[in-house]
Design a protein around this ligand. Structure first.
Ligand SMILES: Cc1cc2nc3c(=O)[nH]c(=O)nc-3n(C[C@H](O)[C@H](O)[C@H](O)COP(=O)(O)OP(=O)(O)OC[C@H]3O[C@@H](n4cnc5c(N)ncnc54)[C@H](O)[C@@H]3O)c2cc1C
Length: 353
């Protein structure tokens, strides 16, 4: 009988030899990772540019320990960190290439063409990459909004994201903010038996009612209609004076008052924006610039991991179709072509009049 041996194939591919990438994806959050898996699984060369030092986006950086309970297939929930690491591993196995600690600056048109595509030059902090399609998946949230009065303390006990579970075991924690992120943080701290005060500027929190109830039922003190007026050190802890004169003592302060928008990046890309500053797209997830797609939080009303995944996958498939099929087999390109032809005729008629 023949002796069959299976030998691992060498996957040491030299991506630097490529003249251009089929797809460059900006952002390794849920939307970018799902898009990258999908293009790479279909044999497209795929590069992901990520500003941070790791993949995962918001679940990895903003709520690594939170149990996400609304992902189908995970009845016990899954932490933001584990979910991110799993999807990243899947992308690496699919031969997606990553450039971490690099940031998008601009996307320029070139005069080089490949089939129907005018190649684009993606300019980043660290380099330039030629490609056929770009998928923008950089989220809406760039950097957490700081609270100057607390930031001035320059304390390592002030967090602008939810710190690791265990950090606040049995300690006093002040959470500043009235939205879901603030109340999620308060609930997590209470789960670790912390003493929690939540400082809410508005007259009522805007977080989900069940999370607010959970925080109150677990002993959290929710102080509405007040702000932090001043902050100082008092012994080992921080003393926060609120605008109603109350003084809070806190070992840790978690500030969750929103994020600076990524609108500046979008404007630099010269993309048409919606009134709320998000990126406008068509039903194929393509932006006002041909060959540039936008997925996930950068445009949508529904900001969820599963929605970001779904959009990343759809845009990746539209990009794949455009790369692999001629325009006359591509319903959108065919429509564009018809509109262009009719537009030409109308312009010609206007000139002849
Ligand atoms: C506190 C909190 C709790 C949440 N809880 C849930 C939940 O339980 N369930 C759920 O489904 N959703 C939840 N969400 C929402 C969910 O995390 C987002 O909808 C999702 O992460 C959006 O994915 P994204 O890929 O579009 O963007 P992001 O996750 O924001 O990823 C974007 C990535 O792009 C990178 N980037 C940004 N700018 C650049 C640039 N110029 N160049 C290169 N890279 C760049 C960023 O560093 C980031 O890694 C929560 C959000 C928050 C804030």
């Amino acid at each position: 009988m023949a002796d069959f041996k299976v030998t691992e194939l060498d996957e040491n591919l030299d991506f630097d030899a490529l003249a251009y990438w089929d797809v460059v994806i900006i952002g390794a959050g849920p939307a970018g990772l799902a898009a990258s898996l999908t293009t790479a699984h279909r044999g497209l060369t795929t590069l992901v540019i990520e500003a941070k030092d790791r993949a995962g986006g918001q679940p990895q950086f903003l709520y690594p320990d939170k149990k996400i309970v609304d992902i189908p297939g995970f009845p016990e929930g899954i932490s933001g960190e584990e979910l991110s690491d799993r999807v990243y591993r899947q992308a690496v196995d699919a031969l997606v290439q990553f450039r971490f600690n690099d940031e998008l600056h601009a996307i320029e048109e070139t005069d080089q063409t490949e089939k129907d595509d005018q190649l684009k030059r993606v300019v980043t902090k660290g380099g330039e990459y030629l490609c056929r399609k770009v998928i923008v998946a950089c989220g809406l949230l760039h950097f957490p909004r700081k609270l100057p009065v607390i930031d001035a303390l320059e304390s390592r006990s002030v967090f602008y994201k939810v710190p690791k579970i265990g950090d606040y075991e049995g300690r006093s924690v002040a959470v500043v903010g009235g939205g879901d992120s603030a109340f999620d943080a308060a609930a997590m701290a209470l789960d670790r038996r912390a003493e929690v005060d939540v400082v809410v500027r508005a007259e009522a929190p805007v977080a989900k009612a069940d999370t607010v109830d959970r925080v109150r039922d677990s002993g959290g003190r929710v102080r509405c209609g007040v702000e932090v007026a001043s902050a100082r050190y008092d012994g080992g802890a921080m003393a926060l004076t609120l605008t109603d004169g109350t003084e809070l003592h806190a070992d840790y302060v978690i500030v969750q008052i929103g994020f600076l928008s990524a609108k500046e990046t979008f404007q630099r890309l010269d993309l048409r924006l919606n009134d709320d500053g998000s990126i406008a797209i068509d039903p194929y997830f393509e932006t006002s610039r041909r060959g540039i797609f936008a997925v996930g939080d950068v445009h949508g009303d529904i900001k969820l991991v599963t929605v970001a995944w779904a959009e990343g996958i759809q845009a990746a498939i539209y990009a794949f179709k455009e790369i692999t099929s001629p325009y006359w087999l591509n319903e959108k390109r065919l429509r564009d072509q018809k509109i262009a032809m009719i537009g030409d005729k109308i312009s010609q008629a206007a000139r002849d009049r």
